[in-house]
Design a protein around this ligand. Structure first.
Ligand SMILES: [Fe+2]
Length: 201
């Protein structure tokens, strides 16, 4: 576990929350293009953290999840994720939850997969649909139970940082892997998050 948690600029967090609140409407299907546009400059707003600020206390090779806002007072969760150099995430989904991911620092490769569940006659299949190279300001939507995704940090020397908005609280995800026979299987894993030092509850 990291031995300390960083502080994140509260004024920057407040600007992000304000931008989301102005562009997320209860009647929307949520996380649409308008919200994406509202946040595409988040990395240029004064106070935006840098990946290098958040890696000092990170465990090598482990993604760091920092909770900026849980959905106690609003209908979304807001997190920062710090991706170590060369990190290759597991393919996963969020049980139908909608979400938006925006790169703030460094680069990510965002892969999207189509998931066909197993039937009485056929095994589960995953098909790579899209592979997007993302730089600061680039974003990806995700959601539904027929799609999965993963993030890869393509840099072998630089950590990456991304902002994530989820339509409800996230404590678990479903991950996908191929067994020794090459068949796709799935399991669940718990998502552990830290609170930044200035947001500790
Ligand atoms: Fe995800």
């Amino acid at each position: 576990m990291p031995d300390s948690t960083p502080a994140i600029d509260q004024a920057w967090i407040n600007q992000i929350i304000h931008a989301i609140d102005q562009n997320l409407r209860p009647q929307d299907t949520a996380f649409q293009a308008q919200l994406r546009l509202a946040l595409m400059d988040a990395h240029q707003v004064e106070g935006c953290p840098r990946a290098s600020q958040l890696t000092a206390a990170s465990k090598p090779g482990v993604v760091r999840r920092l909770t900026l806002l849980e959905n106690h007072s609003r209908n979304y969760d807001l997190l920062l994720l710090v991706w170590p150099p060369g990190y290759r995430g597991e393919i996963h989904d969020h049980a139908g939850q909608m979400g938006l991911e925006i790169v703030l620092d460094g680069q990510l490769v965002f892969e999207t997969f189509a998931v066909s569940p197993a039937t009485a006659d056929t095994a589960m299949t995953l098909l790579l649909l899209n592979e997007a190279r993302q730089r600061p300001g680039d974003a990806a939507h995700f959601g539904g139970t027929q799609h999965a995704h993963r993030c890869i940090n393509p840099s072998e020397s630089q950590a990456s940082l991304s902002l994530h908005i989820y339509s409800r609280h996230v404590s678990q995800c479903r991950f996908f892997f191929q067994d020794s026979m090459g068949n796709w299987q799935s399991g669940t894993c718990d998502l552990v998050a830290e609170s930044p030092a200035n947001l500790s509850r």
